[in-house]
Design a protein around this ligand. Sequence first.
Ligand code: GAR
Length: 185
Amino acid sequence: MISGRGSNMLTIAGNVKSGNLNGICKIQTIFSNKKDAAGLQIAEELGISTHVIASKGKKRKTYDKMLLDWLKQRNPDYIILAGYMKILSPEIIREFPKKIINIHPADTTQHQGLHGYDWAFENKLETTKVTVHYVDEGLDTGEIIGQKRVDLKGVGSLEEVEKRGLKVEHEFYSECLAKVFFEKE
Ligand code: GAR
């Protein structure tokens, strides 16, 4: 599930095709709550099916119900959040316990919610962490699957923080997913 750029999704898709996720999982659909998310076009170019339920202009309850109905109908083994920027309803989380996984651009015990890299930059951190975790009903409070350090020594801009962080995210997310999927086999 994405909401924007989709660089994590692209890396995961690449690893499913010919990397460490090859042969252990398949991407069923890329979902977006935004119809103009750049990641959707990338998914389409890769030949992956896409589905959009636009959250904009809908009441929260209406969107949540449409999303829950669609997810139940698709019945995925896992739901992988990759830059999906909406909070999932408790009903969705209860329907898929320990099946929803997220990547967060900070240590979830230190910073929750949006703007993880801004937080690291503003606090002049010399290192930060990215976190892969199960999603529960709290905001970034779910069980941690893994964390990886990002070296921020000498960074001069938020862009540089994000660049270094994303490099770690891209490699680490697929590593964590492989670990989860292997353990389930
Ligand atoms: C990533 O940095 C991801 O960790 C973050 O959004 C970015 C999405 O980039 N997610 C969150 O902040 C979730 N709270 P991408 O669309 O290029 O994968």
